[in-house]
Design a protein around this ligand. Structure first.
Ligand code: BT5
Length: 249
C-alpha cells in the first residue's frame, strides 16, 4: 500500500473529508491530514481538541475481510501508533489503553476513531482509521478540563518532531501490520498487543447504560477485540468497548 497524501491546513474533521473521498472512490492508502481541525471528534461524537502542532489524519482502507473483523483494525492501529512512537521517542512507557487510547503515565497522548461503511449487499465498502496524536502541543493547547488527563509528546520528552515524519513512521508500521493481518488474522498480533497494553491486570467497571453492574479484573483480550473480565465471584465474561470503563492507564 502506497500513501496518497492529501494535506490541508484546516478541516472540520479529517474523518469527514475522508468519508466524502472514500464515497467518491478514493483508493486504499489515501491519507487525509489537517494541520488543525475545527470539529475533530472522538467516539460517540465527543469533541477531540485538534490545534496546530498535533498530528490529525485519517487513513482510507478497503479490506476484503468480513465486516465483523473490522473492530480489529482499531487494535492494529493502536499497535502501529504505539510502536512508532516508542521508536521515535525511545520510550517503552507509551502504551495502549484498550481499546483505542494511547497513554503515557496516566495521561492520554493519542486516540483512534475507526468508522466503516458496508456495501448494500455484502462486504465492506471502506474503513476510515482516524488517528490523533498530541505531538508538538504546549500546555496552553489543552482546555481546563483536559489539563489533568491529557498531555503531548513534546511536553513529555522535550523534543519537537515534525508531524509529517511521525505520520510516515506510523504509516510504515501500519502497512506491515495490515498486510500480515490480511494473511494471518488477529491471532498473529495478540501477544504483541498484550506486550504494549496497560489494561490487562487492572480493575474495570462494566456499565449498563448509566449504571455500573460489575467490577472485575481485565484478564485478556479475545481475538475479536473484546475484553475478558473476571468478576469477584470468579466467573469470566467478555465485553466490548461500549460496556466498559477503565479508570486510567
Ligand atoms: C478518541 O475518542 O480518543 C478518538 C480520537 C480520534 C481523533 C482523530 S484526529 C483525526 C481524526 N479526525 C477526527 O475527527 N477524529 C480523528 P474517545 O475515546 O471518544 O475520546 C474522546 C475524549 O478524549 C474526549 O471526550 C476528551 O475527554 C479527550 N480528548 C479530547 N481531545 C483530546 C486530545 N487532543 N488529547 C487527549 N485527550 C483528548
Amino acid at each position: 500500500m502506497k500513501m496518497k497524501l492529501h494535506h490541508y491546513e484546516i478541516l472540520d474533521s479529517t474523518n469527514e473529508t475522508a468519508e466524502q473521498m472514500a464515497k467518491a472512490g478514493a483508493p486504499e492508502g489515501t491519507v487525509i491530514m489537517a494541520d488543525r481541525q475545527r470539529g475533530g471528534h472522538g467516539r460517540m461524537q465527543r469533541r477531540w481538541e485538534s490545534p496546530s502542532g498535533g498530528l490529525w489524519f485519517t487513513l482510507v482502507l478497503r479490506p476484503t475481510a468480513d465486516s465483523y473483523l473490522v473492530a480489529q483494525i482499531t487494535l492494529l492501529a493502536g499497535i502501529a501508533v504505539t510502536k512508532a512512537l516508542r521508536r521515535i521517542y525511545s520510550s517503552d512507557d507509551i502504551r495502549i489503553k484498550w481499546p483505542n487510547d494511547i497513554f503515557f503515565n496516566g495521561k492520554k497522548v493519542g486516540g483512534i476513531l475507526s468508522e466503516m461503511r458496508l456495501h448494500e449487499r455484502e462486504g465492506i465498502e471502506y474503513v476510515l482509521v482516524g488517528i490523533g496524536v498530541n505531538v508538538n502541543l504546549g500546555k496552553e493547547n489543552f482546555p481546563g478540563e483536559l489539563q489533568s488527563t491529557a498531555t503531548s509528546l513534546q511536553l513529555i520528552f522535550g523534543k519537537k518532531i515534525p508531524v509529517e515524519s511521525v505520520l510516515q513512521e506510523i504509516f510504515n508500521e501500519f502497512v506491515v501490520i495490515y498486510d500480515r493481518w490480511n494473511n494471518e488474522g488477529m491471532n498473529a498480533f495478540l501477544s504483541e498487543w498484550e506486550a504494549l497494553n496497560c489494561t490487562l491486570g487492572r480493575m474495570v467497571k462494566v456499565w449498563d447504560s448509566d449504571r455500573v453492574i460489575f467490577e472485575g479484573k481485565a484478564v485478556s483480550m479475545k481475538e475479536d477485540g473484546s475484553l475478558l473480565v473476571q468478576m469477584e465471584n470468579g466467573t469470566e465474561e467478555s465485553f466490548n468497548f461500549g460496556e466498559i470503563s477503565i479508570r486510567e492507564c
